[in-house]
Design a protein around this ligand. Sequence first.
Ligand SMILES: Cc1cc2nc3c(=O)[nH]c(=O)nc-3n(C[C@H](O)[C@H](O)[C@H](O)COP(=O)(O)OP(=O)(O)OC[C@H]3O[C@@H](n4cnc5c(N)ncnc54)[C@H](O)[C@@H]3O)c2cc1C
Length: 493
Amino acid sequence: MERHRTDLLVLGAGVAGVYAALAAEEKGARVLLVSKDPLPAGSTPWAQGGVAFPVGEEDQKAHLRDTLVAGRGLVEEGVARSILEEAPRHLERLRAFGLPFHPEPTREGGHSRARVFHLGGDRSGLLLLEGLLKRLSTPVVPAQALSLLVSGNRVAGALLWGPGGLWEVRAGAVLLATGGFGRLFPVTTNPHGATGDGMALAWRAGAGLRDLEFVQFHPTALPNGALVSEACRGEGALLLNAHGERFMPRYDPLAELAPRDVVARAVFRERERTGGVYLDLRPIPHLEERFPTVVAQARALGLDPLRAPVPVAPAAHYAMGGVRTDAFGHTGIPGLFAAGEVASTGFHGANRLASNSLLEGLVVGWRAALRALEDLAFPPRATPLPALAAPPEAVASLREEAGEALGVVRRKETLLAFLRRAEAVPLEEVEQASRDRLEAGSLLLLMRLLARAALAREESRGAHFREDFPLEDRPRHSLFQGWRLGFLPVGVE
Ligand SMILES: Cc1cc2nc3c(=O)[nH]c(=O)nc-3n(C[C@H](O)[C@H](O)[C@H](O)COP(=O)(O)OP(=O)(O)OC[C@H]3O[C@@H](n4cnc5c(N)ncnc54)[C@H](O)[C@@H]3O)c2cc1C
């Protein structure tokens, strides 16, 4: 086994991890940054729309209001306000880094103003990540985290599958920046590695997992999960049902620009009612130049968006919930931080406002690195927690069922039946396991917790829709406190 030592160990090299590593480098700290997939990895390079930044002081309030409205009573207002106040400084820094943001922001669903800054047409995430990686001196190590090291109550590093085998990395602090868990669903816009590993690692170390039931379904994915950016609707694309009728004005006064959950449910209903839903991209001027990725992805499926509407369906897209942290990414466990999609800072509440996630990854990634460096500790001894593993085939077949049970529209019977099947699949604690078994372990844990949270939330709010409880009840978070000594029953806050 190789042994390494660093100040800050950053797990994940998407926007949150790379930007956090840059912050730590700027402070002169030693950083070890790892990614289980080759770069550019994670959801970040796939982001098309851009990054939402408030434009001027007046817009701070409007951006906050839009975020609160989308989050349906579960946004932590103080956290959101502080992220938005800090946002302009990061846009300045990124421009100073030479990142080619388009000078004119665009408007997306749920935003009352144009404030989404894009790069390279619809290649925003890729150009953002490449620009950040160029600034970074620290090399990104290809490695998968399999468990955290602890010393008493403190997280003190991680065990990794690194180059050449097992690595034991002792660290003054660990930052989880491992992204979301879209791969829990059969149709998702997320990359292959989005298996919720960071949430499982944090839970095993005793951290809280909050609001897992809030999964944003992107309303317009192509049949293979490839995303057709929300910005397309912002710039004129129209949704049509199988009869060729435009239907969104019947569901919401904002029509195609309604919040994502509203559009996703409308698309779901119209698909059920008429047999299909299509997106007509032809009203967008200069479609090929503005959305080259969308056009290429459609063509790869044999579709021609310049000639005819393309078939679309909702796909699992973004996890609002995750590892509970404060506004600085601290999980409450000494030495353990989280930023980006893996975290639940409270910024998104029950539904994320489009393009707020890259912003959160940047602001909280930077802050978490600085906060972590303020409290480094190197206890003399640290031991690995057990890793979670599960049989990949059994989890793959559960994933097929997750689409219905945990999807856009949920109901008690299907949730209960799903939970029973998920609890019948063994979730084992092991010292080591292969990548497939570890990812299946993370997914199985999250399937169980998500089903429980969705069952316990007997209301509809934001991205969580219960057919049997269609109205909102009182706003409350759900929380599963992680457990260090075994699998205890999980509770809801
Ligand atoms: C198709 C698509 C389009 C999107 N468009 C937008 C948009 O326009 N605007 C916006 O704001 N948001 C958008 N989002 C959401 C946004 O891209 C993500 O929420 C954000 O990029 C997540 O960044 P992250 O740094 O948290 O994680 P990611 O970018 O997902 O990176 C995760 C990293 O962690 C690594 N990792 C995972 N598990 C392990 C492990 N066990 N060990 C080691 N490494 C690990 C991965 O390999 C990767 O390096 C989009 C998402 C998708 C999928």
